[in-house]
Design a protein around this ligand. Structure first.
Ligand code: SF4
Length: 218
């Protein structure tokens, strides 16, 4: 169990899963450099977030901008959208009759990714909701802006174990205030911090990042 003053931001999980150094630069050193990918994501997020807006449509209640936390993981954050579906397996919600099952939905720019960065962030939201509401959540969804489609995510034991491992490592690094060294990889091309982290990427051969990576990663 973590004390509240050691909670880390849930949104950092996707950064850490993408690159531990990126997470440390943003969340420990306070560096942030917006590129077109992060700007697009921010606009999509702003559309999804209200300030704790609730909407009811028949057997569905929608909460936007719901604040969540987990003392077991030591994280705090906000869910884009949490849907509550009427179900006998659900929980009671103050002000609503019947039983309701929570279903987190996270909005993302672009397409579904091969890596688990987005799935881990959604899984972290589910773990927070489970702890806060004493309920089990088996699935949630990622809504991607480009195909404008939902991808259902199963919160498997493997995904939960990976999440626990990542968050433990985040806490260890944060306690030590240690920023990992840069490890160049192809994903550095789309990293919002590449000019801060690897300034040489932008200086070589007229700024051709691809050529630089081909030279150094082959
Ligand atoms: S440029 Fe590469 S190594 Fe540096 S923070 Fe971004 S992904 Fe990590």
């Amino acid at each position: 169990m973590y004390s509240e003053d050691s909670y880390l931001l849930l949104s950092g999980i996707q950064h850490y899963a993408f690159c531990p150094r990126q997470w440390a630069l943003i969340h420990m050193e306070g560096q942030w450099d917006e590129n077109y990918l992060t700007a697009g994501g921010r606009i999509l997020h702003n559309k999804a977030h209200g300030s704790q807006i609730t909407e009811k449509r028949g057997d569905l209640i929608i909460f936007r901008g719901l604040k969540v936390h987990s003392s077991e993981l030591g994280i705090v954050g906000e869910c884009d959208v949490v849907e509550f579906h009427k179900s006998d397996a659900g929980i009671r919600l103050k002000g609503y009759s019947g039983l309701w099952c929570p279903y987190p939905v996270e909005y993302k720019r672009g397409k579904s990714k091969l890596d688990d960065c987005d799935r881990l962030q959604l899984c972290a939201q589910a773990v927070c909701l489970e702890e806060m509401l004493c309920v089990e959540i088996e699935t949630g969804a990622l809504f991607y802006g480009e195909p404008r489609r939902r991808e259902v995510v199963e919160f498997t034991s493997e995904l939960r174990a990976k999440l626990k491992d990542i968050v433990e490592n985040m806490h260890k690094l944060y306690e030590r205030k240690h920023t990992p060294k840069a490890v160049k990889r192809k994903s550095c091309q789309s990293c919002s911090l590449k000019d801060l982290c690897l300034p040489k990427l932008g200086e070589t051969d007229g700024g051709s990042v691809i050529k630089y990576l081909e030279m150094h990663l082959s």
